[in-house]
Ligand binder design. Structure first.
Ligand SMILES: Nc1ncnc2c1ncn2[C@@H]1O[C@H](COP(=O)(O)OP(=O)(O)OP(=O)(O)O)[C@@H](O)[C@H]1O
Length: 365
């Protein structure tokens, strides 16, 4: 068992609050990604879990036991940093065996464990090479292997893939997930890359400015962001948020987005949520892949294309009407040209609304 509970965590550096308040439960054997922009407090949170930093207040619990005062070496956590920390004077095999030797495991067991981890991380061809001669990609794979070899029940990884190249990063995303399943560890993974978080994590904890914004499965946070920060931060491009005013329309509610047009009648549960919240000024939120072309004349947004960004067979259309902007992602937008005005409606069930003042999502009722 290795569940982690951060209780009312606060961390100040002098007068600066790097973590303003944080309460987070990470389940046993869970792959949790801490995701957020640079400076939001991800590494500080990680360092506190590892015991490298002490919280200013609050507690760190492992399986219900308070470890806040337990030194790093005694917490039984594995830690991999952005900059690989390996012994360059040793071979790959010696590096992988190092932690096991320190723990005085029998040589036969060490050999078996090294073989297993080398197999999982595809390090077999390099086993007898000096670490000093390895590429950056393989060095980072070795750093992960060395920490994983001792099979810590809690494995912390702080941006481990940020220095490796894009193709290798894609391979490592699959391998890390596989490694975690194989070893059954609780893994906490710090990243500012939403793709890494979305592809690997069981749940994502999204942070901004020292505060936890939302915790949920990748699809939960992607489909139902709790505020405009999460809506924009997840997705490439992020969710379209078009400023508008709530209006009565034929007994229902709609959103008037000024020069960008006006929405169709909102679905009843969302309209009920709006009435309950009493919000007037909102952001009309829809993911770029959820906007569809509509026939002329009906309700829907109407915006000209200002730029077409092609990425192989895929295209991102940039639209703008006055100060309102939106993007559409599609696989087959070959015929669309700059200047063309498009009429758009969201796919059924894909509209999200946010209060313009607080940025919070309007819940369906
Ligand atoms: N030892 C320290 N002393 C003073 N300020 C610090 C210290 N460590 C971190 N900070 C500040 O706390 C804030 C959070 O830092 P942290 O490294 O946790 O962010 P992060 O989300 O991991 O971002 P990054 O990916 O850039 O490291 C930043 O503003 C950082 O400058």
């Amino acid at each position: 068992m290795a569940a982690i509970h951060l209780q009312n965590l606060v961390k100040h550096f002098g007068g600066f609050a790097a973590i303003k308040q944080m309460d987070l439960e990470i389940r046993d054997k869970e792959f949790m990604a801490l995701l957020g922009p640079s400076g939001c407090g991800k590494s500080t949170t990680m360092n506190i879990i590892a015991g490298m930093e002490n919280p200013s207040s609050g507690r760190v619990m492992f399986d219900g036991v308070d470890v806040s005062q337990v030194p790093m070496g005694k917490r039984g956590v594995g830690f991999v940093f952005q900059n690989y920390a390996i012994f360059t004077h040793m071979t790959v095999r010696q590096n992988l065996a190092y932690g096991l030797k320190v723990r005085r495991l029998p040589p036969k067991e060490i050999e078996e464990k090294v073989a297993k981890i080398a197999g999982l991380l595809q390090l077999e061809p390099y086993l007898d090479r000096p670490a000093a001669k390895l590429s950056v990609n393989i060095l980072q794979r070795l750093a992960i292997g060395r920490s994983a070899a001792v099979n810590p029940s809690i494995f912390l990884l702080d941006e481990p893939l940020s220095n490796v190249d894009a193709a290798f990063r894609a391979v490592m995303r699959t391998e890390l997930k596989h490694l975690q399943r194989e070893f059954g560890q609780t893994m906490v993974y710090v990243t500012h890359d939403q793709l890494e978080a979305m592809t690997m994590a069981d749940r994502i904890a999204v942070m901004d400015h020292g505060l936890l914004q939302q915790v949920g499965s990748p699809l939960e946070v992607y489909n139902n962001p709790c505020n405009t920060f999460v809506a924009r931060f997840l997705g490439a491009p992020g969710m379209n948020l078009i400023a508008g005013t709530v209006i009565e329309q034929n007994g229902s509610l709609a959103v008037d987005c000024g020069p960008a047009g006006r929405s169709e009648a909102l679905p009843a549960p969302l309209a009920a949520g709006l009435r309950k919240a009493g919000a007037k000024e909102v952001f009309f939120g829809v993911r770029p892949e959820d906007l569809e072309f509509a026939s002329e004349g009906g309700a829907g947004l109407s915006m000209p294309v200002v730029f077409v960004e092609r990425i192989g067979p895929r295209a991102i259309l940039h639209l703008a009407a006055g100060d309102r902007t939106a993007k559409i992602v599609s696989e087959n937008l070959v015929a669309v040209t700059t200047g063309e005005r498009l009429r758009l409606v969201p796919r059924p069930g894909r509209v999200r609304l946010f209060d313009a003042g607080s940025g919070r999502a309007i819940l369906e009722v």
